[in-house]
Design a binder for this molecule. Sequence first.
Ligand code: AMP
Ligand code: ZN
Length: 494
Amino acid sequence: MHFFQKYIPRRLDAVRDLSRIYVYNTLTRAVEPFETWTPGLVTMYVCGPTVYDVAHLGHARTYVAFDVIVRFLEYSGYVVKYVRNITDVGHLRETGEDRMLIGAERLRKHPMEVADKYMMEFFSDMDALGVRRPDIQPRASMHIPEIIEAVEKLLDKGYAYKVDGSVYFDVSKASDYGQLSKVKPEDLVKHRIDPDPRKRNPADFALWKEAPPGYPFSWRTPWGVGFPGWHIECSVMSMKYLGERIDIHGGGHDLIFPHHENEIAQSEALTGKKPFVRYWLHTGELTVGGRGMHKSYGNFVTIREALKQYSRDELRIFILSSHYRTPVDYGERMMEQAVENASKIRTLYENLSFLLETAPEKEGDREFVNRVTALKEEFMESMRQDFNTATALASLYEFVKTVNAYLEKHTPSRDDVIKVGAFLGDMCRVLGLLEEGGKTFGHETQLLKLLLDVRRELRRRGIYDLSDRIRAGLAEIGVVVEDAKEGERVRVVR
Ligand code: AMP
Ligand code: ZN
């Protein structure tokens, strides 16, 4: 797609003011100017999937949102170091069941085989959605020695205590426990996940769990045989790859409590440095037909099922039509709009690609270029305001409308086509659109150009029946040819 970029000097339009991005921080419940620990570098950690089943549209919602955040930060001139983990041990359901074991029973395989299978499938689903791969994708099960070391350190520092072979974090030792979720430990009289009566405080959470005999995956530690609790893996892996203090930590809204609250408690106890994370970003839940996805409701939609029905751009546009913090509901009406909008953007791109080959070298139209520049700027300004893709998309649609209206009446100069194309490229690159199938399209453009050359020659020789046949045939596939004074004007309208 972004071949337009090569026609303009690199980043002339991008003398950027890094301080102008604002983000909503769940920690402070406020919009704050974005500043990083190291100028120009963003360290970012997003909680990855638990790989016990096929990835669903909720994963798509969260990971497309963070993909776009990374893309925009890079567009703004930052270098982003992005880590997203793979949870393959220790994630217990509220009922206390281990998610990996649920997958293992279903497939009748060892949990590590289940993890391998669904991790690879997750990667290919993300690729298919155009979600760029993070720099590092660490697996929890590959970090057991580091996790054991962290638990030992928490025991040494007095933040944790043993109960037989399990180790619990003592929340009464973390003076600002509840800082993220605003949950008070004393309110947690009943702790549903881990109702172990031997805990000192019901809000205490497991750093390590003793494994029952015969448990299929467990590791030996100085205090017994078991497996890690879910929260400790993210503290350990984020600090291992990004350092003790990170700029952005993200995940779905459902992770604020207890997962992220507990991550803060553990990490700050381990390092003594506060805050562990500068900006906490959380995505709104994706529902289907107004309800949380659940197999028993029959509304569980996997990414691969959705991709059979819709293109990646259509799904991305659907997701990005809401601000990342807002809940979204997947349904036919929303998807119809997304399909229509994706098609408008692609059609404009096809028109511009064609015009790039055919537009004349002539004086540009400054007024037109100013108008589209302003719309592109509006798009970027929305992105600077807490990555508001919903209003950014509105500017992109206005951009498409403005350019289409112009092309109906004018043949633009080649320079103007290059400028407009580069703007469209910038916006689409930030949203991760139009990255599919670019090569084939290059071919189509050449063929179209050839047909038009032949048609022109036929007209010159007076063979109108054939030249009209070409025009009618092109109209049928959505390419409108109008003969104007300065030569023919061609528009893709489908
Ligand atoms: P899980 O695979 O359930 O451990 O979730 C991995 C990530 O996807 C977490 O950040 C979740 O918050 C997020 N996630 C899971 N389901 C949804 C959903 N329905 N909507 C938005 N995000 C979700
Ligand atoms: Zn996590």
